[in-house]
Design a protein around this ligand. Structure first.
Ligand SMILES: Nc1ncnc2c1ncn2[C@@H]1O[C@H](COP(=O)(O)OP(=O)(O)O)[C@@H](O)[C@H]1O
Ligand SMILES: O=P(O)(O)O[C@H]1O[C@H](CO)[C@@H](O[C@H]2O[C@H](CO)[C@@H](O)[C@H](O)[C@H]2O)[C@H](O)[C@H]1O
Length: 460
């Protein structure tokens, strides 16, 4: 079967780095090769080709999924998605922005179709409504998501791992035990790539009219800056009740993950390997970000305490990258989304069992972020800081405490954050070190947020 994949590769070196989901924006692209290509759909107006490319840059090769639309005439509505001409009179574009072609993908799932080794499947007890209109969501992130009506959201993965995505694996497992705090899984697109399983996409329940935790928390912080005289507990937008409910939801999901996938114990004589992992991640960030160097001895000291403290650690499957942007408040519930783990970690590390306190630490870090990020780059930051600094710290402490209270409230937790301060502090630091690298790569003006927390966590 003939595709236009080879002709496309010449256009990608300039197009890929402009995409939000493209990982390494710092290095030049050295080479783009076609790993697989298949025709998924064709009619008189458009073709949909599925192309996986291997992109060599910065000394690494990563695989990316492209949904390539091809049309003789690109309508105005798709101009922003143009990749370029693959032959005279035939334009390639990102089909994730074309509601007609994303509708085709949804229909393939509804029909349990197969296309050249790619399996489109809906969950056995689900009937997919194929009449709903499709639109891309505006906030494109690590992957590309498309919403159908107010009912479904389809995530098309961009960077592909060799192995089943934990986002699919954990949603399937959580669905199996009837978890109340997730977006129900309706279908998936899977296949094999270079002799390994691969997940291309997910179809899930879409929660319309939600607010994410980050929007709610930062609205509360904005209020406290604007009402400097009002005690936090009297602010109309006080977030602590929600933080408590969120803690309950996270504990419930952790309990569901234990029911579905079990636990293991890291014995005291293996704690060195946990510390070694944290130190290795620190080494990698220290090599790249010089601003972290002054804190190195303090960070290593906190990590070392995990081994010397001598408590075995119970581990389980966890979310892995939990923060306020990964939780949605529906009318009646908190829902956790995006179970992929930290995008920068290799897949084998992301699917390993870890302490549930790692997710707790991720959320505690997020309260710190929400408290401090509004002043980053603000023209009046220096003027306002002395007045609001104490209040935002109080806000973070109040909500961190409420979240921990909620986490313990229903008695379903495996590890009590309050009873494990040594591990919790090390996990917060480990996360903050990861965040330094994340911000350095993606939002350099935010790098001070984790660095300031590290200064506090590694020296007190
Ligand atoms: N089930 C859902 N219901 C409503 N909105 C959702 C749902 N899942 C994801 N979203 C929205 O889509 C955004 C991207 O989803 P996410 O799973 O985090 O994708 P990515 O892997 O690209 O980071 C989220 O920040 C959220 O706003
Ligand atoms: O949501 P992703 O899976 O893409 O996660 C990555 O990006 C997050 C930012 O969008 C990043 O989170 C960091 O910033 C958040 C505020 O924007 C903050 O709430 C988090 O606590 C902080 O870690 C996440 O680390 C990264 O993996």
């Amino acid at each position: 079967m003939v595709t236009h994949a080879e002709a496309l590769t010449g256009l990608l070196s300039s197009w890929l780095p402009k995409q939000r989901w493209f990982g390494d924006k710092q290095s030049e692209i050295d080479d783009v090769r076609v790993v697989s290509a298949a025709l998924w759909f064709s009619d008189a107006a458009a073709r949909l080709e599925h192309v996986v490319v291997g992109v060599a840059s910065g000394g690494r090769v990563e695989r990316y999924q492209l949904l390539v639309g091809l049309r003789a005439e690109l309508p105005e509505r798709l101009e922003h998605a143009r990749i370029g001409d693959v032959e005279p009179g035939l334009t390639a574009y990102d089909a994730a922005h074309d509601h007609e072609l994303t509708g085709v993908i949804r229909d393939l799932i509804a029909a349990d179709a197969d296309r050249e080794g790619v399996r489109f499947r809906h969950e056995p007890d689900v009937v997919i409504d194929t009449d709903l209109a499709s639109r891309p969501i505006s906030a494109e992130q690590s992957n590309t998501s498309v919403v159908f009506g107010g009912e479904y959201i389809m995530k098309l993965f961009r960077k592909l791992d060799r192995g089943v995505s934990p986002d699919l694996e954990l949603h399937r497992a959580l669905r199996g035990v009837g978890s109340a705090h997730i977006a129900d899984l309706y279908g998936a697109i899977e296949g094999e790539l270079q002799d390994a399983p691969v997940t291309y996409g997910l179809l899930q329940k879409f929660f319309a009219n939600t607010a994410d935790g980050w929007a709610m928390a930062t609205a509360s912080v904005r209020d406290l800056i604007n009402e400097p005289e009002t005690p936090l507990e009297e602010l109309g937008s006080d977030f602590s009740t929600e933080a408590c409910r969120l803690g309950q939801a996270v504990a419930a999901v952790h309990a569901d993950l234990v029911s579905a996938l079990g636990t293991e114990v890291v014995a005291v004589d293996r704690l060195d390997s946990v510390v070694a992992g944290m130190n290795a991640r620190l080494d990698a960030v220290l090599r790249r970000v010089s601003g972290l160097a002054p804190f190195e001895p303090g960070i290593r000291r906190v990590f070392a305490e995990v081994a010397s403290h001598g408590e075995p650690v119970i581990v389980q499957r966890i979310h892995g990258d939990l923060h306020l942007g990964q939780v949605l408040r529906t009318l009646t519930n908190w829902v956790l989304i995006d179970f992929e783990g930290e995008p920068a970690r290799p897949l084998p590390e992301r699917v390993a069992k870890m302490s549930p306190l790692r997710d707790v630490a991720g959320m505690l870090r997020s309260f710190d972020y929400a408290a401090h990020h509004l002043l980053v780059g603000h023209v009046e930051a220096d003027e306002i800081a002395p007045i609001v600094d104490a209040r935002v710290v109080e806000w973070a402490d109040r909500n961190r405490a409420a979240f921990i209270e909620g986490y313990a409230k229903d008695g379903v937790m495996l590890a009590d954050p309050e009873a494990n301060p040594v591990l919790l502090r090390a996990l917060e630091l480990d996360k903050a070190v990861y965040e330094v690298a994340y911000e350095y790569d993606n939002r350099p003006s935010w790098v001070d947020i984790p660095l300031r927390s590290i200064a506090r966590l590694a020296t007190t």
